[in-house]
Design a protein. Structure first.
Length: 431
């Protein structure tokens, strides 16, 4: 009787390394179900992770917020409002004189990275867009502090807050202008902004268009407008400053707390707290979006863990049933490596077919649900990879496939390696 070659053994119907009917069917059904569950759990995690890691458009680590407080109680502060306002201006001058500070200004808190007012605007197609409004004072260095660039050639960044009228001048971000007009060449034109609180619509003159910045970590629209306003006699306003290149915020804090503790104060005003924009943004993210993110991450982690243990357990049982098959192959001359790689190829083929079927099933569900339509207030001029159904489906499917394939290959490789090294007599005797 002629001895069969290893290649002949692998293709011989009676001795094949093909997947056994009943076991392979159940394993395939399990992988299809796992694919659908992974799609449902991993898609929002991938989207949110992508959004949270988009650049802000400025360096938040160099932006610092100084919280100003008064030694007077509320009643006394209101009675001496003008005096306190002048003292806060004096405190701002002292901050500007610090060597590590590049630029500083008093803010209404409505600046990128902080709370802002949500306004509404009707677009060309009569749909509405909701956006945060940032209020700035005339001749304020807010754009210089944040490093926001002007896209209007006639109005350089250093002159953005000049020639502005309080309550009549507005500066738009690039994507806001694209959504409202379809172009960024709109300086000098007018736009109507709706104030829901007052139930009135006000017309503004567009001063210039500036580059996009993100309001916070979960901002995916990049839609901000800047409205010229006045601080009036407002008090207890924070100071926003930009540190010079290479200056550590921790060193700046330490210097303020020790060396400048007595100089950074007036008769009734002092600095109560120093925080970076990054820290405040992280705090807001945890407070406002943290629960949703944590829930999605926990669900994804739960299913990923169960995926690993479930697939590992199933494959261990599945591979144990094939020890005799491996022993027979070895008896007919197959090498250990040919048996090992035969099992790996089968696992790869079975996983690929199962994941494709699972993705097709989920594809039908997603189409029927219209899950990729933009929200009613989303900026139509902003496009991310998950806004396109095709791109979203391919990216998430590829991630799901790689995760499941990696799990299956590891779960197959461990028992396959042991089986391939089992003695022929022991492998056959077990059956």
């Amino acid at each position: 009787m002629n001895k069969l070659s290893p290649s002949q053994i692998l293709t011989t119907p009676s001795l094949t390394g093909r997947v056994r009917g009943g076991s392979s069917l159940w394993l395939s059904l399990e992988l299809i179900l796992v694919t659908i569950v992974c799609w449902w759990t991993f898609a929002p995690v991938l989207e949110n992770t992508y959004i949270f890691h988009l650049p802000f458009g400025y360096d938040p680590d160099r932006m610092v917020r100084i919280e100003v407080a008064s030694t007077l109680n509320t009643t006394e502060r209101m009675n001496r409002n003008e005096e306190i306002c002048k003292e806060e201006e004096m405190l701002l001058q002292k901050v500007q004189e610090i060597e590590e500070v590049e630029v500083a200004f008093r803010s209404l808190n409505s600046v990128p990275g902080f709370d802002s007012y949500l306004l509404h605007c009707k677009l060309r197609d009569s749909t509405w867009i909701r956006f945060p409004a940032i209020y700035f004072q005339r001749e304020s260095p807010i754009f210089k502090a944040y490093g926001i660039q002007s896209l209007t050639p006639k109005v350089p960044a250093s002159e953005l807050t000049e020639d502005c009228e309080e309550g009549k001048t507005i500066i738009l971000s690039r994507t806001f202008a694209m959504a409202a007009f379809g172009t960024t060449d709109v300086a000098g034109r007018t736009i109507k902004i709706y104030f829901s609180a007052q139930d009135e619509e006000i017309e503004y003159r567009i001063r210039a268009i500036v580059e996009d910045v993100r309001q916070n970590s979960w901002d995916a629209n990049n839609t901000i407008c800047y409205i010229c306003s006045t601080l009036g006699q407002a008090t207890n306003l924070p100071i926003i400053l930009r540190l010079r290149e290479g200056v550590s915020v921790e060193q700046f804090r330490e210097k303020c707390e020790h060396e400048l503790q007595h100089s950074l104060m007036t008769e009734h005003c002092y600095i109560r707290k120093i925080e970076t924009v990054r820290e405040l943004n992280d705090f807001k993210t945890g407070r406002q979006q943290g629960r949703l993110m944590n829930r999605n991450l926990l669900i994804a982690a739960f299913f990923a863990t169960n995926l690993a243990f479930g697939v590992f357990g199933t494959l261990l049982m599945y591979m144990r049933q094939r020890r005799e098959e491996a022993g027979v192959r070895r008896a007919f001359g197959a090498t250990r490596w040919s048996i090992f790689w035969g099992f790996i190829r089968e696992a790869w083929l079975l996983t690929t077919v199962s994941v494709v079927i699972g993705c097709i099933i989920y594809f039908q569900y997603q189409i029927s649900g219209d899950f990729y339509e933009k929200g009613i207030y989303d900026n139509p001029a902003v496009h991310h990879w998950f806004d396109s159904f095709g791109t979203h489906f391919l990216v998430v499917s590829a991630c799901v496939y790689l995760i499941i394939l990696g799990t299956v290959l590891v779960a197959t490789a461990i028992p396959a390696w042991r089986i391939s090294r089992t003695r022929i007599t022991e492998a056959i005797k077990e059956e």
